[in-house]
Write a protein that binds this ligand. Structure first.
Ligand code: FAD
Length: 338
């Protein structure tokens, strides 16, 4: 008999990771994953999925390091196991290059990735517009494979799945004891958070199997990420832009910028084009609150607003959300946990 009813709203990489962490760690809870969109239709599905992050301004760096490292270690174990091809997780080596030396020469995650070092003058000769760079091995997590794999793990842990749209968290308050909100951009309407906003990103999938190393311009707008079956090239970062249709002006600009970094891309073939909206926020919201709804107070744990780094931080923030769910359980009256 499962005693505590938990619902996780959102089936992108944040929601599915959070649901798995809760279902596996708290077997006495009945966990439901509820969303209007599941893989392959979420924003997470189209993300390049490279593990890499910029620093959020108001979150202690030690916490951000932990989010990065927990996710890296979790995905590294998958990349080095027999599950790697099915889960879509692989090691990826390459370079991040800068036109100007950045203020922080060494990023906060340098110790978490493998073999981080500064590029040599010799290596930089290949990129004449750039004067500084990082060389390292990170991971690439392709969510169109990873999400179905993780959903399967969730079901094996006894989790339930429900596909529907909700208009407010209030709709769930009679059926669940704890609501975990992983709705990304949906939090604008679900919890009225106007601090979450879209940053539009367009990417292309290309056939260019000779490319084995990633190349990323430090400005975050131009990148080439070889993956399991194709190369993701991008991109754009257009703030407050809600357009989900492909912009051919962006396509031309992406191909031009990427070919400048890697001229052999001119021989590649464009397989598909995709647009997604990053659920951006000054800082991600990973916290709990007790919400007073008509006739009932409900524990709500929030985990959304990861912007361009949701894949990179998913497992780490999911573990924090699990910790917050444990705190909610401790605060609940004893009969609710019987
Ligand atoms: C072009 C591009 C490239 C990217 N590359 C990278 C990368 O290399 N590395 C990286 O770490 N990140 C990358 N990202 C960022 C990453 O995609 C996001 O941070 C991540 O997908 C956010 O996940 P999420 O689960 O919060 O949101 P989503 O994937 O958008 O999921 C939100 C979920 O909430 C559900 N939902 C919302 N509202 C409701 C409602 N009212 N009722 C029911 N369900 C609801 C949706 O149906 C969906 O299931 C990239 C993003 C883009 C656009």
């Amino acid at each position: 008999m499962k005693n505590v009813r938990v619902v996780v709203v959102g089936a992108g990489v944040i929601g599915v990771s959070t649901a798995v962490c809760i279902a596996e760690a708290l077997p006495f809870c009945s966990v439901t994953l509820l969303a209007d969109k599941f893989s392959p239709d979420t924003t997470s599905d189209g993300a390049a999925g490279i593990l890499f992050a910029a620093k959020f301004p108001d979150i202690p760096v030690e916490r951000q390091k932990r989010w990065f490292k927990d996710t890296f270690d979790h995905l590294l174990a998958i990349a080095q196991s027999q599950h790697s091809p099915e889960a879509g997780v692989m090691l990826s080596s390459g370079w991040q290059i800068f036109k100007e030396v950045p203020a922080e020469r060494k990023p906060f995650w340098a110790e978490s990735v493998i073999g981080f070092r500064f590029m040599t003058e010799e290596e930089l000769k290949r990129f004449p517009d750039h004067k500084f760079g990082h060389a390292f091995t990170t991971l690439k997590c392709e969510c169109s494979s990873y999400l179905p794999w993780l959903e399967n793990r969730f079901r094996k842990a006894g989790g339930h799945v429900e596909q529907r749209s909700i208009n407010s968290l209030q709709e769930l308050s009679n059926s669940y004891d704890i609501i975990v909100n992983c709705s990304g951009l949906g939090s604008r309407t679900l919890v009225g958070d106007n601090q979450v906003y879209p940053v539009r990103g367009q990417v292309l999938k290309m056939e260019a199997p000779w490319l084995q190393h990633f190349i990323r311009d430090g400005d975050g707008k131009t990148y080439i990420y070889p993956g399991m079956h194709s190369v993701t090239v991008g991109g754009t970062r257009q703030e407050e832009d809600w357009r989900l249709d492909v912009d051919e002006g962006d396509t031309d600009s992406i191909l031009k910028r990427c070919s400048r970094l890697e001229p052999s891309l001119g021989h590649g073939k464009v397989l598909s084009k995709w647009v997604g909206l990053r659920p951006s926020r000054r800082n991600p919201r990973v916290e709990k609150e007790l919400v007073q709804l008509p006739g009932r107070r409900v524990h709500v744990v929030h985990n959304y607003g990861h912007g361009g780094w949701g894949v990179t931080l998913a497992w780490g923030t999911a573990l924090d959300a699990l910790g917050l769910v444990r705190q909610c359980l401790q605060e609940m009256p004893p009969q609710a946990k019987l």
